[in-house]
Design a protein around this ligand. Structure first.
Ligand code: HEC
Ligand code: HEC
Length: 205
């Protein structure tokens, strides 16, 4: 009896995960309007605008939907996402996910402090270790909704961390309110250092 209940639960989860299958090729065409800011393959050249290349499809889809709904406030994007259907969003997410992120480099003066915060957090200040959720190489975990961070522009990451520190998540749900809790006690110096470390983070070849 128990086994069959568990099995049907698994089926429901698997079904939801595949509810809308994105088509990367279709997404590439639909991404024409995103290129000016996020780059042709999702490797934005402007440090204020996040790289999307290689990011998990689940996370990309979630953020596009949150931005479309106005829950995550990105005024620059309003006119570009208002008319996207759920299928468009799934296709765009599949396209940006299918590209490789171009890693950056870390400032050598910040890398020691940044690496310490990333790997160990700051127990005295009550800052959780980033590695616990975003992983040793910054690859994140798509199943848990933890985005990949490795190679992201430090300018963008620092801005996001300051938004989180002010108490605002990307959403008011459980997933969205994790980072405001993590970032509450980060100092400006800690933010600059960990953002620089993340920009230089990449998996060993
Ligand atoms: C005019 C510039 C601009 C255009 C065009 C644009 N974006 Fe954005 N996008 C931004 C900015 C700026 C942010 C980050 C805002 C912030 O600081 O939170 C962002 C954030 C995002 C994020 C969240 C990334 C993350 O790591 O959390 C996604 C996903 C995204 N954009 C997808 C798209 C897609 C898909 C399109 C095209 C349909 C698009 N954007 C068009 C400027 C733009
Ligand atoms: C308990 C798990 C957890 C820990 C610990 C954690 N994060 Fe996160 N982080 C998340 C989740 C979940 C999100 C996505 C939130 C959403 O989708 O609304 C996120 C998002 C982010 C983002 C936004 C990424 C983007 O592309 O916009 C940054 C930057 C970030 N985290 C940095 C950090 C740093 C730096 C640390 C360590 C000081 C850290 N995180 C610790 C779970 C965690």
């Amino acid at each position: 009896m128990r086994i069959s209940v568990l099995f049907s639960l698994l089926l429901v989860i698997a079904f939801n995960a595949n509810a809308l299958e994105g088509d990367a090729k279709a997404g590439q065409a639909k991404a024409a309007v995103c290129v000016g800011c996020h780059g042709a393959d999702g490797n934005s050249m402007v440090p204020m605008w996040p790289k999307l290349a290689g990011q998990h499809t689940e996370y990309l889809g979630r953020q596009i939907s949150l931005i479309k709904a106005g829950e995550r406030n990105v005024p620059e994007m309003t006119g570009f996402v208002a008319n996207l259907s759920d299928q468009d969003i799934a296709d765009l997410a599949a396209w940006f996910n299918s590209n490789a992120i171009q890693p950056g480099s870390a400032d050598e003066n910040l890398v020691v402090l940044g690496g310490r915060i990333y790997r160990s957090g700051d127990a005295d200040a009550g800052v959780a270790a980033c590695i616990a959720c975003h992983g040793p190489t910054g690859a994140g975990n798509p199943v848990s909704g933890y985005p990949a961070l490795a190679g992201q522009h430090a300018t963008y990451t620092a801005k996001a961390l300051k938004t989180f520190r002010s108490g605002h998540g990307f959403a008011k749900d459980d997933t969205g309110m994790i980072m405001p809790g993590v970032a509450k006690q980060l100092s400006d110096d800690a933010i600059a250092a960990v953002a620089s470390y993340i920009q230089g983070l990449h998996a060993a070849e």
